[in-house]
Ligand binder design. Structure first.
Ligand SMILES: [Zn+2]
Length: 122
């Protein structure tokens, strides 16, 4: 399952941040995913539940932001959100567009708890 390896590397990345900041625990892991990221939200959540227990991030909450698929038209420079996978420009109907967002799964920020009581945001 693709989501498993994705979540595994996500948790590894967050664990490194935790160690780097000498934190005690990870409170929140905030990620962003778009419709073209190639992952299923439910499978990500399932993989997260399974993998988190054996990681340093135990107890952390996963927050998934679903972002729209966005693009820019190479003819008229207008930026727009792609709806219903219709890959044409909103204004001029050109098919010469470039996807600018919504095609990835990535870490946005992490909330780390440290003993001193102050929080580190990355
Ligand atoms: Zn256009």
């Amino acid at each position: 399952m693709h989501e498993m390896s994705l979540v595994r590397s996500l948790l590894r990345q967050v664990s490194e941040l935790l160690l780097e900041h000498n934190g005690d625990a990870v409170k929140t892991i905030h990620v962003e995913m778009g419709p073209l990221a190639g992952v299923e939200r439910v499978l990500v959540e399932l993989a997260f539940e399974q993998l988190i227990e054996d990681s340093l991030c135990r107890g952390a909450q996963l927050v998934i932001d679903e972002v729209p698929l966005s693009a820019i038209c190479l003819e008229c420079d207008v930026e727009f959100d792609i709806k219903l996978f219709r890959f044409v420009c909103r204004d001029c109907e050109s098919q010469r567009i470039r996807v600018t967002g919504g095609d990835e799964f990535r870490l946005i920020d992490v909330d780390i708890e440290v003993t001193s009581g102050c929080e580190v945001r990355t």
